[in-house]
Design a binder for this molecule. Structure first.
Ligand code: DC
Length: 236
């Protein structure tokens, strides 16, 4: 498929449940199509990390006033790491790509993501980052709130146990000594908060197409999306 057939500013929105491989799929898709990839979850994680460092988040409590001040002084950007062939996230020019994946951040990110102020701030940044670009963006509200006009919307899911097992293996490979049970609890909790929060809850957009990848490999999921793109944007 040639990206030339797409309109200049096409957006592919990938939303769905936690740890179902959205980022992996979105990154590979962007690479294949030569689009820019934006990991919106990394942005919520980056704000969470900054808030943890400043003791702004404590269990289920957030100090909204101090969070507001923090947000005003926080610069979030992505830069391409050519040796790792991926976009990496920076806060105030510090690369935090690895640190934002720690379990401490995963445990607090849902609370930070519930904040209307944080969401407005990040949605505005996501739109700014995407201006005049061809984008693949993954998250929870991309097809419903950030880009309701996206040309292609995919809602990804997978069986909860499969997701926990995959995430557990991924963390173990990175040297983590985390227990499977903690990963399971975290995924279940994040899904619950994502789906029940007042601000931009996780919902399948009416025009999104569901991809359940419980029994698919990454390659099979990627082929599935590429076939979908061929159907939607046939090569003349
Ligand atoms: O995609 P992820 O698991 O790295 O995202 C981390 C958290 O950020 C997730 O638990 C919910 C939140 N999030 C969100 O609320 N809206 C988005 N667009 C992306 C992520």
């Amino acid at each position: 498929m040639s990206p030339k057939k797409f309109s200049p500013h096409i957006i592919i929105a990938i939303d769905g449940h936690s740890s179902c491989g959205k980022s992996t799929l979105a990154r590979q898709l962007a690479r294949k199509l030569n689009f820019t990839y934006i990991d919106s979850g990394a942005m919520y994680r980056a704000v969470t990390l900054a808030a943890i460092r400043e003791n702004i988040v404590d269990g289920i409590e957030i100090d909204e006033l101090r969070l507001n001040i923090l947000l005003q002084g926080l610069t979030i950007k992505f830069a391409y790491n050519s040796s790792k062939l991926r976009q990496e996230i920076y806060i105030n020019n510090e690369n935090v790509e690895e640190e934002i994946r720690d379990i401490e951040v995963s445990d607090s990110v849902s609370i930070i993501s519930k904040s209307k102020m944080v969401r407005e701030n990040l949605v505005s940044l996501q739109r700014k980052m995407s201006k005049n670009k061809r984008i693949v963006m993954d998250g929870r509200d991309i097809g419903t709130v950030v880009f309701p006009e996206a040309e292609l919307k995919i809602f990804m899911t997978a069986n909860e146990e499969v997701r926990a097992q995959r995430r557990f293996m991924e963390m173990k490979e990175k040297g983590s000594d985390i227990k499977l049970e903690s990963v399971q609890k975290n995924i279940h909790y994040r899904d619950f908060i994502d789906q029940t929060r007042d601000e931009s809850p996780l919902r399948q957009a009416p025009d999104a197409i569901v991809l359940d990848n419980s029994e698919l490999t990454i390659e099979e999921s990627l082929n599935w999306v590429m076939n979908l793109l061929l159907e939607r944007f046939p090569v003349e």
